[in-house]
Design a protein around this ligand. Structure first.
Ligand SMILES: [Zn+2]
Length: 310
């Protein structure tokens, strides 16, 4: 498929949540593991409680236990992106969880698997970069541990640092961690206003100092205006939002765009909640966005992508 202009980018996807379902089935068989009912339910488009999503996500994450599996996971993202007409992706990944918490892969194998997967993606014409994810509700001490782990010998394909998980710890408390990541040359993002209050979005920007927001769904109009004024990009993942933030309705994307927020589309966890860049554009269209709005999403997607940085 010839990429249209501007190029289509998956602006937010997680390594652990983007596995190819066929690969997951094969690996589960090979290891004689039963697939969790929650994963089967999500794959068939069903709704599950949040805990069911976590169970499904962790089942896939547990399969990333070596260099080959990590390479395969990165390639799955590239193939999904390419199939939907995309040419790049910003890939969130959780090395501390896999290497330290779970102890299932060495850091060296994790980086090498990613390096190989991203090189194979590049050979397909797909650009990818990595954003290291830390868990908000584990707190700043955990954030420093993540940086302790990744900063020595940080590979050049790691472009950013982000918080994810539950928005349980105020972003002002995370500021020293973000400062340290910035000083190490990383760009900063935060999952905010997804499972926590909209005020988290404003605090992540003003007190955490992040330059990019993932989701931002629950923010108020004044915060949308602040994001627009500062040119802060926001990654929007409609399928994920429908599954995990179903109470936020109607989806604020049209209001965010109208306020001038630099929104772009991402898939979040397409290996758990089936979607791709095609379904996400369709979802945006179904919110009432015009072809011109969709073109703006696409333009922001490319202009603010970290995977297209030199
Ligand atoms: Zn996410």
């Amino acid at each position: 498929m010839t990429p249209l202009s501007p190029p289509l980018i998956d602006r937010h996807t997680h390594l652990e949540g983007s596995l190819d379902p066929a690969w997951v089935r094969r690996e589960a068989d090979r290891r004689s593991l039963a697939l969790p009912a929650s994963l089967e339910a999500l794959w068939s488009g069903g709704a599950v409680p949040f805990q069911g999503f976590i169970e499904a996500f962790l089942f896939g994450a547990a399969l990333l236990d070596g260099r080959a599996a990590v390479r395969e996971a990165a390639l799955a993202v590239a193939r999904r992106t390419q199939k939907a007409g995309g040419v790049g992706f910003d890939l969130w990944a959780s090395p501390h969880f896999l290497v330290v918490n779970r102890g299932q892969v060495t850091l060296d194998d994790f980086w090498r698997g990613l390096e190989e997967g991203l090189a194979e993606a590049a050979a397909l014409g797909i650009s990818g970069c990595v954003v290291v994810d830390a868990v908000n509700h584990f707190g700043p001490a955990h954030g420093h541990e993540v940086l302790d782990l990744v900063l020595p010998g940080l590979p050049p394909f790691v472009k950013g640092f982000s918080t994810g998980g539950l928005e349980g710890v105020p972003f002002r408390d995370w500021a020293p961690v973000f400062d340290r990541a910035r000083a190490a040359g990383l760009r900063l993002a935060a999952h905010a206003g997804e499972n926590g209050p909209g005020a988290n979005v404003r605090e992540a920007v003003l007190e955490g100092g992040v330059s990019r927001i993932v989701h931002g769904l629950r923010a108020d109009m004044a915060t949308f205006e602040l994001l627009a004024e500062r040119g802060i990009p926001v990654d929007i993942c409609p399928s994920s939002n429908r599954a995990l933030a179903a109470d936020v309705a109607p989806h604020p994307l049209p209001r965010m765009l109208a306020a001038g927020v630099r929104c772009a589309l991402g898939t979040d966890d397409p290996g758990v909640i089936p979607c791709d860049l095609g379904t996400e554009q369709e979802a945006a269209r179904a919110m009432g966005l015009s072809p011109g709005d969709l073109a703006i999403l696409r333009r922001h997607g490319a202009e603010d992508a970290w995977c297209l940085l030199p």
